[in-house]
Write a protein that binds this ligand. Structure first.
Ligand SMILES: Nc1ncnc2c1ncn2[C@@H]1O[C@H](COP(=O)(O)OP(=O)(O)O)[C@@H](O)[C@H]1O
Ligand SMILES: [Mg+2]
Length: 304
């Protein structure tokens, strides 16, 4: 393996709000690569300049950073410039997928289903907005992850505080119709969907707690959906992923409503990679171990 890949940097940590999660992902990936015989080393771009990747003679990078300055195209651009092959989506797709608003604009333009929404400003009238979109709705900062700064709003009075909270994380905030139904996520490996995961949480929605700490969140994989529905949603996720220009691996989040229609929420270009994260779970359902998954992602590293 060390002949095949050379010296590999696992980029982890960084400076985003999701630093802690990234350290968890990176540590697991590093251990899995080492176990597979790869000459892999931890590299935290918060503490070391990326240029030292060259002076330390790294041959490729496995990016296990989440959020800004990691998942948003910036690190990808720096690695392109340095000529270091890296895992996952390129510069444009990473930047686009980081922005939930522009992602939705693209999907809408291509006729893909994503819940109705509006960009909110300080001048948005809460009662009018609620009338146009309907309640409940989700208020989201467009460039955050891990449900940070996000609220489910069930009454007009709660809209202003939800907007206020979201603006702490981004100047662009959207209000999106809440889709009642089943939450699904489609993991993507080598551009192809893995078995869907169905998520169930007794919480108001799949929030930060539910994602990382709660033990009352249930993940069902295989999803148990009718075969037809599973295939239809997988196809839609693949189309949505490709439309943004994403490549390699990632994860598409969706909601399936009570009538059986699916609605695209967002794409994660560098989803969590701990052993109980979702992409590893979907891979396992396909018979791919965590170690093999990490090696396959590393194999797809590219520049340009
Ligand atoms: N329109 C929506 N309808 C229903 N639930 C939603 C909607 N948007 C978000 N959610 C819930 O909030 C969670 C986080 O939203 P998401 O758009 O995936 O952002 P992120 O994962 O980047 O924080 C989802 O996993 C889902 O549980
Ligand atoms: Mg999500």
């Amino acid at each position: 393996m060390s002949e095949k890949f050379g010296k590999v940097a696992v980029l982890m940590g960084g400076r985003s709000a999701e630093r802690e999660i990234s350290l968890k992902s990176g540590t697991m990936v590093l251990a899995a690569l080492i176990k597979s015989g790869v000459d892999a080393h931890a590299f935290d771009p918060r503490d070391e300049s990326l240029e030292t990747l060259k002076s330390q003679r790294f041959d490729r990078a496995f990016i296990a950073l989440h959020g800004r300055l990691g998942e948003d195209g910036t690190i990808q651009g720096a690695l392109e410039y340095l000529g270091v092959p890296y895992t996952g989506s390129g510069v444009m797709a990473s930047a686009l997928a980081m922005d939930k608003w522009r992602t939705k604009l693209l999907w809408q333009a291509a006729g893909l289903p994503t819940p109705p929404y509006e960009v909110m400003t300080a001048r948005t009238d809460p009662a009018d907005l609620a009338k146009r979109i309907g309640l409940p709705l989700m208020v989201k900062p467009v460039r955050e992850g891990s449900s940070i700064g996000m609220s489910k709003v069930t009454s007009v009075e709660k809209l202003a505080p939800a907007y206020e909270l979201a603006t702490r994380y981004d100047e662009i905030v959207i209000a999106e119709r809440f889709v009642e139904g089943t939450e699904l996520t489609a993991a993507i490996l080598d551009g192809e969907p893995l078995p869907l995961i169905r998520l169930e949480t007794p919480r108001v929605f799949y929030d930060y707690e539910a994602k990382y700490f709660a033990d009352d969140t249930r993940y069902i994989c295989p999803s148990g959906l009718p075969d037809e529905t599973e295939k239809y949603v997988q196809r839609q996720a693949k189309t949505a992923f490709r439309l943004l220009g994403c490549s390699g691996w990632g994860r598409v989040d969706l909601m399936l409503d009570r009538e059986g229609s699916s609605w695209l929420l967002e794409v994660n270009t560098i989803p969590g990679m701990t052993d109980h994260s979702l992409v590893p779970m979907a891979a396992r359902a396909r018979g791919i171990s965590f170690e093999d998954l990490c090696v396959r992602i590393l194999e797809s590293a590219h520049v340009g």
